[in-house]
Ligand binder design. Structure first.
Ligand SMILES: Nc1ncnc2c1ncn2[C@@H]1O[C@H](COP(=O)(O)OP(=O)(O)O)[C@@H](O)[C@H]1O
Ligand SMILES: [Mg+2]
Length: 336
């Protein structure tokens, strides 16, 4: 960052006397930057802050040139979207869909660098991360998703909604994955890919989806089984069950999925209905949303399965459970 170091920016934004880099939490994808914790002192400042610092490799020798590289351009845009999310949208979340407070962001147009300063969720009590087979934590995430989706429900969104975010959320949706689609083996799923995507796009009820709601992107409070979510790079328009399908696939083993799927979906829809009623929506609307999104759950699942089958068909997510649900979606397409 020319002239502006993270330390200087943090000092100013958080009104801190001193700022010290304490730990690297994670490097970003492909050397694109890092997530770092800083410790602060000062009467008015928080005692720590998380900085998501995105820097772009300016490798002029890239074989196809960065500007024609889909994956690179999608990443660059995703960091911009995440900043818009924290600046313009995050405060509109239902309080039960907890997200980090943002202390400010910085963008250098010359270097492309971005810095986003976030509340330290560990310090706010969300210091735990998921471990396997923890059904209480799974249910907390489902509650979070229901509250989040209820916050942004929309039956007739305008053309530019949701402004500044992805028109279509999720990192796997078909428009942004032409190469993966082309790599798919010929067959029913490949031919039906566009139709699956259309079913989701043409849904009457839309909301904002997190877009990368895997279990690793949730921070847990061990005291209250409550959660907060991070990583809003793929946040945008969609239907709630896209997040639900992807989340469940990220948290549960195949046998856990097979045993619990009905119960977990029922839990999501009950919570979604409760949150919608609590914010003043009518019972009739709740029924219509739930009806539509229940029907779209297998479609959303199959849409993600389509991505896996193009990206890496030998991936552990290509399970018999996932194949069965995809079959169900394809049969459903024929009937609808
Ligand atoms: N505000 C925060 N408070 C505490 N931990 C955080 C915060 N933001 C991110 N993290 C931790 O850092 C990890 C990486 O951040 P994330 O935004 O998901 O980056 P990436 O794009 O590399 O996945 C998260 O999974 C989470 O454990
Ligand atoms: Mg992440």
């Amino acid at each position: 960052m020319n002239m502006m170091t993270p330390e200087i920016f943090i000092k100013r934004q958080c009104k801190a006397d001193t700022v010290e880099r304490t730990s690297l939490i994670q490097s970003l994808w492909s050397g694109y930057g890092e997530v770092v914790r800083y410790s602060l002192t000062g009467q008015e400042s928080p005692s720590s802050v998380i900085a998501k610092h995105c820097t772009f490799p300016l490798d002029v020798n890239h074989p196809r040139g960065w500007h024609s590289d889909h994956a690179h351009l999608r990443k660059v845009r995703s960091y911009e979207v995440e900043q818009v999310w924290y600046r313009q949208w995050a405060s509109r979340c239902n309080p039960s869909a907890r997200v980090a407070q943002c202390y400010g962001d910085f963008h250098d147009e010359h270097t492309g660098q971005r810095l986003t300063l976030l509340e330290d969720l560990d310090a706010a009590g969300y210091s735990d991360r998921y471990w396997e087979h923890n059904m209480d934590y799974v249910l907390s995430c489902i509650n979070w998703l229901a509250a989040f989706h209820a916050s942004f429900i929309h039956s007739s969104p305008s053309l530019n909604w949701p402004q500044g975010l992805w028109k279509k959320g999720t990192y796997w949706h078909l428009d942004t994955r032409p190469d993966e689609w082309a790599a798919m083996q010929e067959g029913e799923l490949k031919s039906a890919a566009a139709e699956l995507a259309e079913c989701l796009d043409n849904a009457r009820f839309k909301t904002i989806v997190h877009g990368d709601a895997k279990v690793a992107n949730f921070c847990f409070s061990p005291m209250h089984y409550s959660v907060a979510a991070v990583d809003f790079q793929y946040v945008g328009g969609g239907v709630g069950v896209q997040d639900v399908a992807y989340f469940l696939g990220s948290a549960l083993t195949e046998s856990e999925l097979a045993d619990n799927i009905d119960y977990l979906l029922a839990h999501y829809f009950a919570e979604l209905g409760r949150e919608l009623m609590a914010q003043g929506e009518s019972q009739a609307l709740v029924h219509e949303v739930v009806d539509e999104w229940q029907r779209l759950f297998p479609i959303a699942w199959a849409d993600f399965h389509r991505f896996i089958m193009g990206w890496s068909p030998t991936h552990s997510k290509n399970t018999p459970f996932s194949q069965r649900l995809t079959e169900q979606a394809l049969t459903q397409l024929g009937r609808d």
